[in-house]
Ligand binder design. Structure first.
Ligand SMILES: [Fe+2]
Length: 469
């Protein structure tokens, strides 16, 4: 979750609080919970000072001069377990490694030195068929640069298939999709400006003249290229001005088409990064969940066709059964606003009150409704067994009980999605979580034997990874 340890700068934005992990261990019919801050360099400096030293989000010109060389990351967005490391991720910097048992922060940049990039996405994707973590970073050569790096980490954390490209403008690139041979980066219509930052204003400004844009890149030098593509080429496609916040499933077909799903906000979903003229998004901007088709035979710069609407309700945080990532999947789980159950005219800006499990083949949607004064957070899918069919298992999600001022963890069986099989009642309220993931106990047991062989690390004031001598 995003939880500022010290009162933040009065003008800072809600996505810039210190990262704090909520870990749930489910075993033998009980659930244990642990909460701990990620001890980033920024957190340690501000905790020591007892006050905010960092000013606006990703704007070093607003930071206290004595922290301008520090790693400016809250590590507050996502947790991904890869190559025996639990990675606490924020797209502005490199990962922090966290011990999954104790939640102690182990160090910064655990795959250090392999790639000369300053950033690492909070949404890397696991290709379960090749056992790779596919990573990208934008503003990868520094503040407001258009440089993007793309690479993969193998199961041992070794880098390969590194490539560098340039974005058409310095865009906010939060999420991506991967298919067997392709990666598609999804650009939001914000632009970074050094001049605006130097003027003490926000890193990002929405631009109503920019379109939602896709950068389509072969994942490897060996990717079989469609007719007309040159080696080393990438293509840029776009739609209309909109914010495609997070992605669901994605796959490719043999006829040169890519398909992927995303949420779609027909306006700026981050009003705290307004355009230069200060225009606010429409209070009831339409939000839906859609499927995109990209025709790789089209030249770079083409517009993509209007997407197919999958769910015409405000929805976000789509997740699939990620054992099938890169292949066509039949189910998606996502947060939704269930309008029939609620009073008034609400949308994504006012909260999502349920979860949906949607079957693409039948078109059937099942709904879990949490109650009109409750907000539901990202659904996490857990397979019933390693070889269970797609989407056979459980979905867990945090539910914020606003009137009671506490939270539940809801457990849904995908065989009967609309009626929970369990609520884990937390005795307190915790702030909204951003993203999370399930890690099986068996994979952690393997880690324990490996992690003992790693050199012990400490974090210096500068956040660098230094072996203790
Ligand atoms: Fe995200």
């Amino acid at each position: 979750m995003c939880d500022p340890f010290v009162p933040p700068d009065a003008n800072n934005v809600p996505i810039d609080g210190d990262g704090n992990i909520s870990a749930f261990r489910i075993h033998n019919g009980r659930v244990d919970m642990k909460i701990k801050y990620i001890e980033t360099e920024r957190y340690k400096l501000e905790r020591r000072a007892g006050k905010a030293l960092f000013g606006l989000y990703r704007n070093p010109f607003t930071h206290h001069p004595c922290v301008r060389a520090a790693v400016d990351s809250t590590a507050n967005t996502n947790l991904v377990y890869w190559a025996d490391h639990l990675l606490a991720l924020k797209e502005v910097a490199l990962p922090y490694a966290v011990d999954p048992d104790t939640l102690e922060t182990l160090g910064y940049d655990p795959f250090g030195g392999q790639v000369k990039a300053k950033t690492f996405t909070a949404h890397p994707k696991v290709d379960p068929y090749t056992n790779e973590l596919v990573v990208f970073g934008y503003e990868a050569k520094g503040l407001a640069t258009r440089d993007i790096v793309i690479y993969a980490l193998d199961k041992n954390g070794k880098k390969h298939d590194e490539q560098w490209i340039e974005a058409p403008w310095c865009a906010f690139i939060h999420d991506c999709v991967i298919t067997q041979n392709w990666i598609v980066l999804v650009l939001w219509p914000f632009e970074a400006s050094i001049e605006r930052m130097k003027a003490g204003k926000q890193h990002w400004a929405w631009d109503y003249n920019l379109p939602a844009t896709f950068i389509v890149v072969p994942r490897r030098a060996t990717t079989p290229l469609p007719k007309g593509w040159k080696q080393g080429e990438h293509r840029v496609y776009s739609w209309k001005n909109s914010m495609l916040i997070h992605t669901g499933g994605a796959w490719e077909t043999g006829d040169g088409k890519l398909y992927f799903d995303s949420s779609r906000v027909h306006d700026n979903a981050f009003p705290f990064f307004p355009p230069e003229d200060g225009r606010m998004p429409a209070p009831n901007a339409k939000v839906d969940f859609v499927r995109w088709e990209i025709d790789l035979s089209q030249p770079s710069g083409s517009k993509v066709a209007d997407p197919t609407i999958i769910l015409d309700v405000p929805s976000e945080f789509p997740r699939i059964d990620e054992r099938f990532m890169t292949k066509e999947t039949n189910y998606v789980f996502l947060n939704v606003f269930i309008p029939k159950k609620s009073q008034g005219d609400k949308n994504i800006f006012h909260g999502l009150n349920g979860l949906a499990m949607h079957n693409h083949k039948t078109g059937k949607t099942q709904w879990y409704y949490a109650g009109d004064t409750s907000l539901v957070q990202e659904p996490i899918f857990i397979p019933r067994s390693d070889d269970a069919p797609e989407a056979d298992g459980w979905v867990i999600a945090m539910v914020e009980r606003r009137e009671a001022n506490r939270n539940d963890l809801v457990v849904l069986d995908t065989k009967n999605f609309e009626t929970p099989i369990a609520y884990v009642q937390l005795p307190m309220h915790v702030k909204a979580q951003i993203h999370g993931n399930w890690v099986s106990a068996s994979s952690l047991q393997k880690r324990v034997s490996l992690v003992r062989q790693m050199p012990e690390v400490k974090i210096s004031n500068r956040g660098s990874l230094e072996p203790l001598t």
